[in-house]
Design a protein around this ligand. Structure first.
Ligand code: CTP
Length: 393
């Protein structure tokens, strides 16, 4: 999503300025053209040379007297931007942006751009909580600026409070969200499941599977970026994504309960989770000792969540198969009354569990099967959502 996008990164004079170098690096690695603009005080915290080294592009900083030529070029840059990110943003720059001032290169860029502006504040807790800062932030929000709230934690002063720059992943998610653009799922409610469920055997053992949850998370994030309201019911321990309602579960029964509740208002259910089909008939309260030479576990079936779920919404299933992939997937499509099934070959190392790529075939009730080449799970997610958008029409 970031490939060839022009991202203007405005850095202001906060102790967190050093984190901007890592943000610039992440953005550059994701394929963005990162144009760094710094205020004079930001250059006291981190040198333009560092940023230049990370992005491989010239850095505009106030230490160069902004000549007319610079300003004109700079306005052109502001016009070319796909998104402007101010991270870290001090109380001072927030006040300037709220008032429409343009007396430094960062505020000038913000005033001159029509691109979405993301603001990630970082400052002392009292400055952040000061009503004037809060009023300024509210004014920016009302004008459509996207604020990535600071986090609670230890601040440079040694005190604890809200004011630490948000985690870079959150800022990245906001940038991707702002670039999502197409918003073809705006107003739609999607329920996505992810991860592998676990069924306890005793206090230290469980039946599980190697599903990482990456496909489900990619779907949830892609849907969010396309404007959907997403509930992610997850048995995975991946970090919680921004802007998504996350319901953590462990067992198939818990997942079923969460799905049944969430689909009541949903437009679509996407079951990417790998649900354990069996669980021990009884869960041992105490740790099973290995005194016996062998151990037989009596297993009983767990509910088929997708097969049993009731209601009127679009149903997308996944079929992770090792043999007769397409034929088996088609059987599941019919048996579970699905609108779409995503079949993949789990014996292929690049599309099995845990990896970042997937190679799938999309099979609908009608029409031709769509065999996709190997691509990232995020790209697969967008292909699936393209079909979902079509089916929801
Ligand atoms: N699924 C489910 N509940 C289960 C098992 C699977 O909701 N107890 C969902 C999965 O999330 C997936 C689809 O059903 O979207 C197909 O899952 P899969 O494990 O491939 O199929 P099963 O129904 O378990 O059939 P089998 O084990 O015979 O392959």
């Amino acid at each position: 999503m970031l490939t060839n996008k022009t991202v203007i990164l405005g850095i202001t004079g906060s102790i967190a300025a050093y984190k901007a170098a890592e943000l610039a690096s992440k953005l550059t690695q994701a394929g963005a053209k990162v144009e760094v603009v710094m205020t004079g005080s930001a250059t006291e915290f981190i040198t333009p040379l560092t940023l230049r080294g990370v992005t491989g592009r010239p850095v505009v900083a106030d230490m160069f007297e902004p000549t007319l030529e610079w300003s004109i070029e700079h306005v052109a840059l502001a016009e070319a931007a796909d998104v402007v990110v101010i991270a870290p943003a001090t109380a001072n720059i927030i006040a300037k942006m709220a008032a429409g001032l343009a007396d430094d290169m960062v505020s000038l860029t913000v005033l001159a751009t029509k691109a979405p502006v993301i603001v990630a504040p970082a400052m002392n807790v009292n400055m952040f909580e000061n009503p004037v800062t809060q009023e300024n932030l509210a004014r920016l929000k009302a004008r459509g600026f996207i604020i990535v709230d600071p986090e609670y934690g230890r601040l440079a002063s040694g005190a604890k409070g809200k004011g630490r720059l948000a985690e870079l992943d959150k800022i990245m998610a906001a940038i991707e969200g702002a670039l999502g653009g197409s918003a073809d799922l705006a107003g739609k409610r999607l329920v996505v499941t992810a991860g592998g469920t676990r069924e306890r055997i005793d206090p230290v053992r469980y039946i599980g599977n190697p599903s990482s949850g990456k496909m489900g998370y990619a779907l949830a994030e892609a849907a969010r970026d396309r404007g959907a309201k997403v509930t992610l019911i997850t048995a995975s321990s991946l970090p919680q994504p921004e802007g998504i309602t996350v319901v953590p579960v462990e067992t198939a029964a818990q997942m079923k309960q969460a799905v049944d509740r969430a689909v009541a208002k949903a437009d679509a259910l996407l079951m990417a989770a790998a649900v354990a089909d069996y669980k021990p008939r009884t869960v041992s309260r105490s740790k099973i000792k290995k005194a016996r030479p062998g151990l037989t576990l009596k297993l009983v079936r767990t509910p088929d969540i997708l097969g049993e779920v009731k209601g009127k919404f679009l149903r997308v299933g996944f079929a992770a198969e090792s043999d007769n992939i397409i034929a088996n997937a088609k059987k599941k499509l019919v048996k579970k009354n699905l609108d779409l099934i995503v079949a993949n070959d789990i014996t292929d190392k690049k599309s099995g569990f845990g990896v970042d790529t997937n190679k799938v075939t999309l099979i609908g009730k009608q029409g031709k099967d769509e065999s996709l080449p190997l691509m990232s799970k995020r790209e697969v997610a967008d292909k699936i959502l393209d079909r979902v958008v079509g089916l929801l029409k």
